[in-house]
Design a binder for this molecule. Structure first.
Ligand code: CBY
Length: 422
């Protein structure tokens, strides 16, 4: 019995010494769905694979052919110049191409990507001056741009950073809701600026920036619900931000709570879009975007059991049923209709069905993004970032936490697109 007792103590000691922030080897299998989502997706254009290339390299998932394909597609998009990349897209491109020292660095230099990004960052700031503090895109992208400039020796003005990134800035909020994704990306960027020794910073700026980081990290923690920060889709980047800025994850119980909630969502298939998998995986492997220029980046590649099966669509055993839902478009007054769609339909299918019934009231346009279709206009009224307008999607009065192409509707739902300000 005494041997058993000692063995138990030894086991307990061993377990407690394992870092629980990151997923340990016995739990790697839980991450396999994420990897398979990234590896088996179809990337039809460069911008759709930006986050995936970054994550494959940062985490050290060796898949030469996919890496090659994604990096090739991004380079082509950049070279063709046909499609103007946004600041955040170019920043992600630089992070992915430049991650973990590889041959693409040559391309970054040759195509002068860092100076192009400097110009895009400037353009965002100019737009803010001209349009009531509203950037061309949003603060998530501005933060990505600052992060990439900071990591890849671009120039940025510390005065601009201290001026525009104060936690009180309205761009961290959508309505009165703090955007955890945005705050997290800003924490990563500001932490890089803080650490950047090449820049001589005066004490004043240094103090300000560390206050911003602390305050943003607190706002992220204030959005904690059952281990998640914001929602499941912002949690990975929030974890990265907390790794670099707070003591939150030094507490094992906190780690375990988050991991349990994330594993739960993985097994429920929440991360079926490649971008969602790419955004959560680094944190689960204990990495942050700041590691992209670390000498140890991408070393110790991980071995996963990956499958090449396309995620199978479950064939329904029973005959497909129709469901009836309400749909409305609200501008100042509301236009209502009811449509019948197949069981399992998504929000976008409902919009299409309504459009077919009444083109004048329910016509709409979409843009394909890495999050799926984004609704750009309804009844010819277009979202515009200069005045912070957009089409908000709601179901039974609650804003959706997924896009129109992902949110599955239920019989009797009351669906709405509402002309809104963020
Ligand atoms: N990425 C970006 O530029 C997007 C940044 C982001 C903060 C993003 C969430 C977070 C992320 N990790 O990428 C973001 N959304 C922004 C900035 C916006 C605004 C975009 C306008 C602009 N000027 O840039 C805006 C208008 C406030 C917005 N998101 C709207 C919406 C709704 C889209 C509705 C439509 N018209 O199609 C919607 C569906 C919310 C709603 N109920 O209306 C929405 N966003 C959602 C749900 C999301 C999450 C997507 C989750 C999912 N699985 O589909 C999101 C991850 C994201 C994408 N938005 Co926005 C936030 C979350 O829930 N955690 C950089 C670029 C290079 O890729």
């Amino acid at each position: 019995t005494s041997f058993l007792f000692l063995a138990l103590i030894f086991y307990a000691l061993l377990m407690s010494s394992l870092p629980s922030t990151v997923v340990n080897e016995t739990n790697f299998w839980r991450l396999e769905p994420l990897i398979n989502t990234m590896l088996n997706a179809n990337y039809t254009k460069g911008t759709l694979g930006l986050n995936v290339l970054l994550t494959l390299r940062l985490v050290g998932i060796k898949n030469q052919s996919l890496e090659q394909q994604l990096s090739q597609q991004i380079k082509e998009d950049i070279n063709s110049g046909e499609m103007e990349l946004t600041s955040g897209e170019l920043a992600l491109g630089i992070l992915g191409l430049g991650a973990c020292e590889n041959q693409d660095e040559e391309f970054i230099r040759g195509a002068r990507l860092v100076s192009k990004l400097e110009a895009k960052f400037q353009a965002e700031i100019q737009n803010m001056e001209a349009h009531d503090g509203n950037p061309l895109t949003n603060y998530y992208q501005l933060s990505l741009a600052l992060l990439a400039l900071c990591l890849f020796n671009g120039s940025y003005s510390v005065t601009s950073v201290t001026c525009y990134f104060t936690p009180e800035n309205k761009n961290y909020y959508f309505g009165d809701q703090f955007s955890v994704d945005t705050g997290a990306m800003a924490v990563l960027a500001l932490t890089c600026v803080q650490k950047n020794t090449q820049k001589k910073m005066d004490m004043n700026a240094e103090g300000k920036i560390s206050n911003y980081v602390e305050s943003l990290a607190n706002k992220i923690q204030a959005e904690r619900k059952q281990g998640l920060f914001g929602n499941i889709f912002s949690t990975g980047e929030a974890m990265q931000a907390l790794f670099v800025s707070s003591d939150y994850y030094k507490n094992e119980a906190n780690c375990r709570e988050t991991l349990r909630a994330v594993f739960d969502n993985i097994s429920r298939g929440a991360f079926y879009l490649p971008i969602t998998a790419a955004q959560i995986l680094p944190a689960l492997m204990g990495k942050t975007y700041l590691d992209v220029t670390n000498p140890s980046c991408g070393l110790n590649p991980v071995k996963f059991n990956t499958s090449t099966e396309k995620p199978g669509t479950v064939t329904p055993t029973t005959a497909p049923l129709n469901i009836l839902v309400k749909y409305s478009v609200r501008i100042n007054k509301t236009s209502h209709t009811e449509v019948t769609v197949r069981k399992g339909s998504v929000f976008l299918d409902v919009m299409k069905a309504a459009q077919e019934k009444n083109e004048t009231l329910f016509r709409f346009t979409v843009e394909e993004t890495s999050w799926g279709p984004y609704i750009t206009s309804v009844q010819g009224i277009k979202a515009n970032s200069n005045d912070r307008t957009y089409w908000k999607l709601l179901s039974n009065g609650q804003p959706l936490s997924q896009g129109a192409g992902s949110h599955v509707v239920q019989n009797g739902d009351n669906l709405e697109v509402r002309w809104s300000k963020y």
